[in-house]
Ligand binder design. Structure first.
Ligand code: FMN
Length: 260
């Protein structure tokens, strides 16, 4: 393994793109995908260990923290956490910090991938896709410089009551959307959604994708479907789909991505 390791959860590419840019900026890293059981958990030899993940419903995505608990990090390692959201940090960094104490953390925003809640253009500050992407790349450079300089942040990541409550009720709210997933006649049974799903929750039945109930809400299947055949009710048919412009479905399917 590289002496720098970044664990990354990403549903629609924003976090993987950010993780890759930070990895380049710190002179290379192995990016271990953590959308399902991570393929590497013992990184006790690594000098820098980072976590890049989105805010889902006011906190870390389902199961992310469960996987984090499996990871072994040296007490001497420089640890960092970066949360990406469309508007606010949520409690994810705080929860991560209580499992693996973070020497450095940062929260950044990008376009929203929760298509059933908001159009993707919803973000703070409001920016076009091109400007939001350029901003994310500049922020990644700044973050990498701070990590390289060994900057530490004494203040703990935020944990406000609203986000804690929001994150507690999130599974029930998100659960109502799982039942609403539909696959249209546009489906060509290409099988990409089967491969991208971290939960192995999608099968091809009778030449059509069939989505089961074990959904983690990453929305990779919907946002990357080449035929826009997957929807969550009529509202998502009307909305423009979004995934990070630099990250392909194949990128998200990797277990470990080596960045020199
Ligand atoms: C299911 C879901 C829930 C989300 N919840 C929040 C939220 O509570 N607050 C927020 O600011 N952004 C929220 N977002 C927006 C994401 O955090 C943001 O789009 C992030 O950049 C996505 O990263 P990814 O492309 O790596 O998956 C949510 C997105 C999804 C898909």
């Amino acid at each position: 393994m590289n002496k720098n390791v970044i664990f990354c959860y990403s549903g629609t590419g924003n976090c993987l793109d950010l993780a890759k840019n930070v990895a380049h900026g710190i002179g290379g890293a192995d990016i271990v995908m953590i959308r399902s059981n991570p393929s590497v958990t013992d990184v006790s030899e690594a000098e820098k260990v980072g976590f890049v993940f989105p805010c889902y419903g006011g906190g870390a995505p389902a199961d992310f923290l469960k996987y984090v608990k499996m990871i072994r990090v040296s007490p001497n390692a420089y640890t960092f956490g970066i949360s990406q959201s469309s508007c606010y940090t949520g409690t994810g960094l705080s929860s991560l910090n209580s499992i693996i104490p973070l020497k450095y953390w940062k929260s950044v925003t990008h376009h929203c991938s929760c298509i059933w809640l908001f159009p993707h253009t919803v973000m703070l500050p409001m920016l076009s896709l091109e400007k939001a992407q350029a901003r994310s790349e500049t922020l990644a450079k700044d973050i990498a410089e701070e990590i390289l300089s060994g900057k530490t942040i004494q203040k703990k990541p935020p944990r406000n009551l609203f986000n804690v409550v929001e994150n507690k009720i999130w599974p029930a709210l998100a659960g109502t959307r799982i039942a609403a997933f539909k696959v249209s006649d546009e489906c060509i049974a290409c099988g990409q959604c089967v491969k991208i799903c971290p939960r192995k929750n999608i099968k091809i039945d009778n030449s059509r994708a069939n989505i089961g109930k074990n959904c983690i809400q990453c929305l990779g299947c919907l946002q990357y479907c080449p035929k826009n055949a997957i929807s969550i009710g009529r509202i998502t048919d009307r909305r423009e789909h979004y995934h990070n412009p630099n990250i392909s479905a194949a990128d998200l399917m990797q277990d470990v991505i080596h960045i020199d």
